[in-house]
Design a protein around this ligand. Structure first.
Ligand code: GLA
Length: 384
């Protein structure tokens, strides 16, 4: 989306000129899934698709939300606080403004036009993108100077308290702090982070949207969150830990008797082993061992499929195809799961053939087509 197109849309809706333009990307998580809310390390990166915003202050003390992707619009009087109004898209930016007000920041009226090219609700963090975008734009416009890490932290609060999903900080952090061609190794407990060169050589990172609607995803997500809390409480009877990810594999295996529940055991085994895979993935990337990194992606998927049980036939079909395809060295579901997207490392020269073959195979087995694109790893939120 160009500034010219954004300005045109803004003019059509508000009959005036926008003052500023901002962009915030979406993200994929390379490895470390369902780890952030367990206090471990994750490895996401920002992508080139995302959400745009054209914005101008108004003098009518109104917050006006318009969007090129949805027909619903919203027009709120400026208040000191807001609560969620249904399920419409504008709850995400509204929650973000609400959070800034709660932090004591002063905001005047705003006209806002949004447009996104992320598939909505497909696990590429369209919600974190719009939250971080809104807070960053407001921070710039009103001179709040909120550091990007703090914006990520506030974005998580919006998701947890305004939207009602117990998600961790990974998505907001990735879209706020992303860096071109770098993976972010983020410690979700301390928020210490490291940029790791994501040098893919003659491979590309493919993003494959299963196009499976993520129904019930939020409630299943919250269920996994609660199960991890239960596990931690049980293990804490004998183990000294603040987060589930403080517990290594050996300690976990020694204290299995405390769980005494096959489902909780599976959930916890995923978390403990996935956390160790992230460390191995870091080592592999830093040493240019792309094949090892790819194998860790497959292992991660198997764990999410069999132990954490957040995959599904659609994502499994994609990953199974990847395993059988000669020019693919690794693949896994990415994000919360229950539908959404998978990622794969595919030889660049074979990408078109890969896309064609996968589409045929997927359509035959699932009944409809996936959407595929080769992704660029890009920078985080910014003014245009
Ligand atoms: C969603 C959440 C994140 C994270 C992932 C799973 O994207 O928003 O916080 O928990 O799922 O890794």
């Amino acid at each position: 989306m160009t500034k010219t197109r954004l300005a045109e849309n803004f003019r059509n809706r508000f009959h005036r000129e926008p003052e500023h333009y901002f962009f915030c990307p979406g993200r994929v998580n390379l490895i470390g899934e369902h780890i952030d809310y367990n206090g471990g390390e994750v490895m996401p990166c920002a992508i080139s698709r995302g959400t745009w915003l054209a914005i101008a202050k108004n003098v009518d003390k109104k917050l006006r939300f318009e969007c090129g992707n949805f027909s619903e619009t919203a027009d709120f009087h400026l208040q000191s606080s807001y609560s969620r109004a249904g399920k419409e898209w504008f709850n995400y930016p509204l929650g973000s403004i609400n959070q800034l007000l709660h932090e004591g920041h002063l905001i005047s009226g705003l006209d806002m036009f949004y447009f996104g090219d992320l598939p909505i609700g497909a696990g590429l963090s369209s919600s974190a993108s719009i939250e971080v975008l809104t807070m960053f734009a407001a921070s710039e416009l009103f001179g709040m100077n909120i550091p990007k890490i703090e914006i990520a932290r506030l974005g998580k609060k919006v998701e947890n308290e305004f939207i009602g999903v117990n998600s961790g900080i990974m998505d907001q952090f990735a879209v706020a702090m992303g860096k071109k061609d770098k993976a972010i190794l983020l410690n979700c407990d301390t928020l210490a982070y490291e940029y790791i060169p994501f040098d893919t050589g003659n491979f590309v990172l493919a993003i494959i949207n299963s196009n499976k609607p993520r129904t019930l995803a939020d409630s299943k997500y919250n269920e996994r969150f609660a199960q991890c809390g239960q596990v931690l409480k049980l293990l804490k009877q004998e183990v000294d830990a603040v987060h589930l990810c403080d517990i290594d594999n050996a300690t976990f295996e020694q204290h299995l008797h405390l769980l005494n529940d096959p489902v909780l055991e599976k959930r916890a085994r995923h978390v403990v082993t996935e956390n160790e895979r992230v460390k191995k993935a870091r080592h592999a990337l830093l040493n240019g061992q792309l094949a090892t990194f790819g194998r860790l992606m497959y292992d991660s998927h198997a764990s999410l499929q069999n132990l954490y049980e957040v995959s599904g036939p659609e994502l499994d079909t994609i990953v199974d195809f990847c395993k059988s395809y000669h020019a693919c060295i690794g693949a896994r579901m990415t994000g919360a799961g229950f539908g959404g997207c998978a990622i794969a490392m595919v030889e660049e020269a074979s990408f078109e053939d890969f896309a064609k073959e996968l589409t045929l195979d997927y359509k035959k087995r699932i009944g409809y087509e996936p959407e595929l694109f080769a992704s660029v790893i890009d920078d985080g939120v910014r003014e245009l």
